[in-house]
Design a protein around this ligand. Sequence first.
Ligand code: XUL
Ligand code: MN
Length: 349
Amino acid sequence: MATDGMGYRFSFGPWNIHEGADPFGPAVRGDTTVVDKLTQYKALGFDGVQLHDDDVVPELDSRSSSQIANTAKEMRDVLDSEGLVAEFVAPRLWEAPEGIDGAFTANDPQVRTWALSRSRQAVDIAEILGTDLIVLWFAREGTYIRESKQAIEAHHLLVQAINAILEYNPSIRVAIEPKPNEPMDHTYIPTIGHALALGSRTCDPSRVGGLIETAHAILAGLDPSDEMAFALAADRLWGVHLNDQNGLKFDQDKSFGSVNLRAAFNQVRVLEQGGYAQTDRFIGVDVKAMRTQRTDTAIQHLVNSRRIFLMLVEKVRSLDEDALKQHVAQRDYEQLEMHILDHLMGSPA
Ligand code: XUL
Ligand code: MN
């Protein structure tokens, strides 16, 4: 456990250092390799690496099992030499041409077979990297128009896919990262409630949990801290992607706390109340640098998100809980609210 992070350790994915391309314009910053990115982690205050399967093994679909194993071992050596650990591996099924209309829920049975086999490869990669966690973001498991898939059948297919992963390796755990839309019009499993209900239908519900991303919860019209509380109450919060989101639009992945500091405070508070720091789980961020950012400072969003998190931990720990209890007992929620606002603004109580 890191000692400089108030009991927390932090992670991000290499895709969070990026060239700034968006749907309306090309890259504006220079490209760097995954290994180059890994050499920056420690100095930024991060110990954990979130990885897609093809961040570890590029062009995975055209590689043999032994090539995959060797490349994954090389990545493990890099992680070890940098003093980093892999937090999870996520099969990136949505970028491959096969997965154009979903992977586990594709209408084409050959695509579904490919998706299962690629997920098993992700499990093998995870084992080599020394993590037992697979993250499933169901990117294209949904529809652009409802009539294109059988939704009831699709949910059965998702259970079967998770079972295939759980049965393939008895130590592997699966964390579902719910998101309601984008790239699809509607994605199956939009909330943590859906995720844990799906998990309860698998062959081993104790190995299925969730990873909650702030922006995804906001896109679902929900409060991220309540989504986290739901998973914490079931001891199923196995990861977080802290970031921020300015209303209902494309998934922005803004720096944590940059839009709604009070909502960020409540996410940190629920993590503190749920004893998250006492687990070995990471505080993951999933944040994008603004496209306007110059190459040499396009890591600031990571540093800032971590810094805001730690400042909010300090705010949570210094809260006068007795005063809060009194306001609650009096049902004086106006005063309770002012107490929180005073505290966040640094004004005298
Ligand atoms: C997509 C998203 C992904 C996952 C990892 O919105 O958040 O980056 O976190 O595959
Ligand atoms: Mn995410």
